[in-house]
Design a protein around this ligand. Structure first.
Ligand code: ADP
Ligand code: MG
Ligand code: MG
Length: 497
């Protein structure tokens, strides 16, 4: 019999609406005008609140902090106050979420498109090639994923000059910070409740953030669709993870109702079994849903064991978040292919939806476009060069763009197929207080807004398709990359103006 639908964590995105009137004039605030004594008080309260509420990460300076929970914790890097963000663009980003969900789903069903678009990349990028091999095997056996679950995060920057909200990328695997991101919104609301009058800020202008609940809800509903009361949700984790508390927030929200287990790729290879009917068991437990928080980077596959594990999961009937096709649909190369003329039309019918997506596409090019290559060599500061990688710290900027392009031209190999070129986006720079390792410092910063989204369907039945909370990340303007764990950026929330 079907397990009872007992999902107490279900929350609709309408909870993100603001409870203040539309006509209200909202003033932006100037962090530099805040009294330094008040900044100190805010910073102290922020540190206490973070420690008491689990807004924490493993401290890179302490051994075992990425392995043993509760050992070597430090507050997560955060902005002291929320970043001003125009409400109009916030709504635009939220509206795009279900359209991107639908797009990823449609693209995932077109195996030939994925294989063809990535065929040149496959020759020169071993990691993408291994992913494509798994994907081809699934095409060969005509594997059908009837229950499809996507937990995505689409990232944007607001381009100052054109006043356009432009997409940086769409993450379809391991979209992180749903857990800690919610806490940052709460931290900022807490600070504004106490100091809002002094600062002239209204806590209700920070949108509520239910990302962690909505993601847990989507995982729970996917478990429900799998329809085996004895099966569990399995979270695939890295062997060492300093961002483990973000993941624990999600799994413990889920655990209140559903059984789950954490396993590494190597453990799954050792303990896993694929039964003749396609059921996946790990350590004797039937797996209903596989949620990947590992497996997106080459370093996650140090040996053949991890690849065997990934293939076994893909072959199984378990719901994969993401499936190999969803994973590939989130690569930068596919982002660039989708931005070509008439490609969106292959996947979506609604003209308005297509126009909305196209409006947020930045300039994207493959490296077989010689005019663009020439321009990027002459004006490298206007471009970002990206390989097919995730997790931050992989892109090429500035003079390195020129040098890399010249080297590729000289070599004359096909290595250029490993990269795409993207228009560099320049958001407004504003003064901000950033907190890291207990220290609050002021700097000029830029921000990137991520909007989470969840998608769940079973055959023709779309069960969830909604935007699911947000994450702002703010980084020092002079830094190119934005990784929070990598040490470039801080977690932030938004103050709607
Ligand atoms: P990853 O999958 O590794 O996160 P991203 O495409 O998100 O790759 O790039 C990492 C970071 O680089 C982003 O968070 C952003 O700070 C910066 N970045 C990426 N693309 C652009 C761009 N077109 N313009 C400006 N900054 C960018
Ligand atoms: Mg990414
Ligand atoms: Mg990114």
């Amino acid at each position: 019999s079907k397990p009872e639908k007992n999902i107490s964590v279900s929350l609709k995105s309408s909870n993100m609406s603001l409870n203040c009137s539309k006509v209200e004039q909202v003033k932006t605030y100037d962090p530099l005008g805040i009294d330094p004594d008040l900044v100190q008080k805010l910073a102290y309260d922020a540190l206490v609140w973070s420690s008491l509420h689990g807004l924490v990460a493993g401290d890179r300076n302490i051994q075992w902090s990425g392995k043993i929970p509760g050992v070597g914790m430090v507050h997560a890097p955060v902005a002291l106050l929320p970043m001003s963000f125009p409400e109009h663009y916030w709504r635009q980003a939220c509206e795009l979420a279900p359209i991107f969900n639908e797009l990823v789903d449609r693209v995932s069903l077109d195996g030939k498109f994925l294989q063809d678009a990535l065929s040149r990349t496959k020759k020169v990028d071993d990691f993408t090639s291994r992913l494509l091999d798994i994907h081809s095997k699934m095409l060969e056996i005509n594997k059908k994923e009837e229950i499809r679950l996507g937990l995505h995060r689409s990232d944007y920057m607001l381009d100052e000059q054109t006043k356009l909200l432009l997409q940086i990328e769409l993450n379809t695997i391991s979209s992180s910070f749903a857990g800690l991101g919610c806490l940052v919104s709460e931290l900022h609301r807490f600070l504004l409740k106490h100091y809002g009058d002094k600062l002239g800020l209204n806590p209700a202008r920070i949108p509520g953030n239910t990302a962690v609940i909505q993601f847990a809800d989507a995982l729970a509903k996917a478990w429900n669709e799998y329809n085996n009361p004895r099966a569990v949700v399995m979270v695939v984790v890295q062997t060492e993870e300093r961002n483990m508390y973000d993941q624990h927030w999600l799994s413990s929200t889920l655990k209140e109702i559903y059984p789950f287990q954490l396993k590494t790729l190597a453990e799954i290879d050792a303990e896993g079994e694929l039964l003749p009917d396609g059921t996946l068991t790990v350590g004797g437990q039937v797996i209903a849903v596989v949620y990947f928080r590992a497996g997106y980077a080459p370093t996650d596959y140090p040996s053949e064991s991890e690849w065997r594990s990934r293939l076994m999961m893909e072959q199984s009937t378990a719901v994969k978040c993401p499936s190999i096709a969803y994973h590939l649909a989130g690569t930068k190369k596919i982002q660039q292919e989708l931005a070509k003329p008439n490609v969106l039309e292959r996947f979506l019918d609604n003209k308005e939806d297509i126009a909305k997506l196209r409006k947020c596409f930045a300039g994207l090019w493959s490296l077989d476009d010689s005019n663009i290559i020439q321009d990027a060599i002459e004006r490298p500061e206007l471009y970002v060069m990206k390989p097919q990688r995730e997790g931050g710290g992989n892109n090429i900027y500035g003079d390195d763009v020129r040098e890399t392009l010249l080297r590729l031209q000289k070599d004359g190999t096909e290595e250029d197929a490993a990269y795409i070129l993207m228009q560099r986006i320049f958001p407004t720079v504003s003064p901000t207080f950033l907190m890291r390792d207990g220290i609050c410092h002021q700097d000029r910063a830029i921000s990137e807004l991520g909007v989470y989204s969840a998608y769940l369907r079973n055959k023709e039945n779309v069960i969830i398709n909604e935007n699911s909370g947000y994450l702002m990340r703010t980084k020092v303007a002079s830094s190119n990359e934005g990784g929070v764990v990598a040490g470039f950026a801080v977690l932030d929330s938004i103050y709607l103006t």
